[in-house]
Write a protein that binds this ligand. Structure first.
Ligand code: AMP
Length: 248
């Protein structure tokens, strides 16, 4: 079985996001960038499947600027076998990403594509679903458990109010939720080995995809600051304060 994992380079989740002074977006200059956390989970799941003997090859793909090669190297250090960087500058919206990924899938013919449920920069939560739609493949989104047997994937999904299990015929798309696994840290020897693993470069044009955004960002603003809280002396005071605010 061959697995394609999609890894996006995003602002590190520990960074306190700052909005640019002119409101045109988020400050990216001199900001630490890392692999999208849900994509780390996707890589981890692919590596675990390989370790269990369920996958022959893992290919990590990223669409983004030249620096996205670092994100792919991280995936290679975690255990992916080779990488594909599709170079694209500026914002590439989920539909364009999904169209490029469709091209990669057609070239690579994987049995399984694992993506994160969402990228933490734009929180779109669209790419996996769009890719499944474009390919006409089954999809198991928000996976908290994945089992593969006899050409089938069983995906336990985190849905409102509980868990749902869906059966998919491979090839299929899976998107990861937080509880699927805990990603490993790449060891130093593996980081060194990853430098020698193959990384192919492509462009969006190689897949005939126009990455011009279809959405115009009108304004980016900081969320409103929280108002200071008050300390109350007793439960009775709390209850009357809640009543006063119309909350009980
Ligand atoms: P989104 O739909 O933007 O929230 O992204 C969902 C998932 O799609 C991410 O967790 C990634 O696995 C994948 N993805 C989105 N954009 C990219 C990209 N530029 N390169 C590689 N994978 C991506």
């Amino acid at each position: 079985m061959k697995i394609l994992v999609c890894v996006k380079r995003v602002v590190d989740y520990n960074v306190k996001i700052r909005v640019k002074a002119d409101g045109t977006g988020v400050e990216l200059a001199n900001v630490k960038m890392s692999m999208n956390p849900f994509d780390e989970i996707a890589v981890e799941e692919a590596v675990r499947l390989k370790e269990k003997g369920g996958a022959a090859e893992i290919v990590a793909v990223s669409i983004g600027p030249a620096q996205a090669a670092d994100t792919i190297r991280t995936a290679l250090a975690m255990g992916a076998d080779r990488g594909i960087l599709v170079k694209a500058e500026g914002t590439v919206e989920p539909l364009a990403v999904a169209k490029i990924l469709k091209g990669v899938v057609e070239a690579e013919q994987p049995d399984l594509v694992i993506l994160g449920k969402q990228a933490i920069d734009d929180d779109c939560n669209q790419t996996g679903q769009m890719l499944a739609g474009l390919l006409g493949w089954g999809q198991g989104t928000f996976a908290s458990k994945l089992e593969i047997a006899d050409g089938q994937a069983s995906v336990t999904r985190e849905v409102d109010g509980g868990l749902q299990t869906v059966g998919l015929t491979l090839p299929a798309i899976v998107t990861t939720d937080l509880r699927l696994n805990e990603p490993r840290y790449a060891s130093l020897p593996n980081i060194m080995k990853a430098k020698k693993k193959p990384l192919e470069e492509k462009s969006a044009a190689d897949f005939g995809v126009d990455t011009t955004p279809r959405l115009e960002v009108l304004k980016t603003a900081e969320p409103k600051g929280r108002q200071a809280g008050v300390k109350l002396g007793s439960v009775d005071e709390l209850v009357s304060a809640l009543k006063g605010a119309g909350l009980v």
